[in-house]
Design a protein around this ligand. Sequence first.
Ligand SMILES: [Zn+2]
Length: 90
Amino acid sequence: MGSPEVGDCDGVLRHVWVYLDKETDPPTCAELEAHLEDCPSCQRVVQFDRKFKLLVRRCADAGPVPEARVEALRVRLVARLRSQRPSHPL
Ligand SMILES: [Zn+2]
């Protein structure tokens, strides 16, 4: 897992979930942040994801949230964000 594979928006979207959990390798994290500085659409995804995770955490206080449900929500979220910017390359 030496070389980070961030670089385009698709890579950022793949890594952002881990990044928000602070489990990303330092080099990957630096690359993500560099990309985010230049990319407003990915900034939106990160901000949205952050709120989404806080919401999931709040729900988790009331009971355990199945991992599969979180993943399903995440996939739907990413699909929706992508469909909102059709001109953006994948
Ligand atoms: Zn981007």
